[in-house]
Design a protein around this ligand. Sequence first.
Ligand SMILES: Cc1ncc(COP(=O)(O)O)c(C=O)c1O
Length: 399
Amino acid sequence: MARLPIEWSSPTRIRMHARDYLAFAGCNYLGLGGHPVVIDALAQAARSMGISTTASRETTGNTLSHEGLERELAAFMGQEAAILGAEGYTANFMALQTLALTHRVAIIDAHAHRSLRHAATAAGLHVCEFEHLSARSARWLATQHADSGVVILTDSVFAADGAVAPLADLLAVLPPHRSTLLVDDCHGFCVLGRGGRGAVEAAGLTDPRVVITTTLAKGLGCYGGAVLGRRAFIDSVQQQAWVYRSSTPVPPALAEACRAAVRVLSQGDELVQRLRSNIQVMREVLFFTGLPMPPDGVPIFTFAVSDEARQQRVHELLLEAGVFAPLIEYPGGPAPRYFRVVVNAMHTHDEINTLGKHLLRALDVTRDQRPARRPRPPVEDAEMPDIRVLERAVMEQLG
Ligand SMILES: Cc1ncc(COP(=O)(O)O)c(C=O)c1O
């Protein structure tokens, strides 16, 4: 797939080939990546501390900015402790290098993010897949390996289909001894739970066997990664995970930007509420298309349109109308190539309606690319919600 030639972007706009588009892309769920307080924190700290520590934290590269962020992140997410990694990908390697000291088997959701699978394999764990989202399938494997030290690995929210993992059910199938549930909360942090505290908080899990990893580059809008959990486990990551010990940390200025973003979230849930209200509007708008919906509270809408030529045409028609709805190729989605449309807290209701209007129209005018099943009335200008157009689109989608 060709890369996008992005010249400039904001949480809701993207510029390509000198044209601005209304965009429903990326994972800047709360718009914190463009928040003035966060940007100021980054700029000020970069001016005073420079860019890089140029050394690992366990030699001469530790700063109070890193330690402060770890404390504040753990407190926000209701965990005893946190440790930073260079990114979310590395955070999974840190957690699994440490878990491999006491666990032998990783039981992983078939659609889990590559970083979890790579980290488990690189750490020397025996990796077995369970059926996507199936605690029943995980239970069967966990029972087979009950005495080996089992870690269950899952994303909280799956980026490619918007599904939410059954965390409580997965925890319930852990063997009683030497077992861990590792939740990669990259797409749940800042989205699910009270004030965006993440999927583990949303599921009400306080079990000491739960370990969380996350990126700081999506909902938080910054850069970096973290492992969170019980103090004893985080201490052992610090002492044992060489991927952490032998690498340069996230720049201190970015740690300060993350601290500012966490402060914004701690001070109130306005952004999270805006995101939730926008998700609701998006659901109402897309309902009329008959396209599949993610679970409530998830801002990721993925869908494929009947055949490839029509799908490409829908994408182009949206671009012609000034709307960018990403058409991506990424594993785990509903088709090899599919739309991944993301609403964030910065969109206005009008902008979401604009997407809905143009998507409906694009689906409607491309109907001819499929074999016609019944004569259809002429297409009218769908200024917004014209119920006849909406009904026709639903009927079309339902076949
Ligand atoms: C579920 C999941 N885990 C891990 C990562 C890696 O995080 P990062 O981009 O911070 O390395 C990503 C995304 O990029 C992700 O979607």
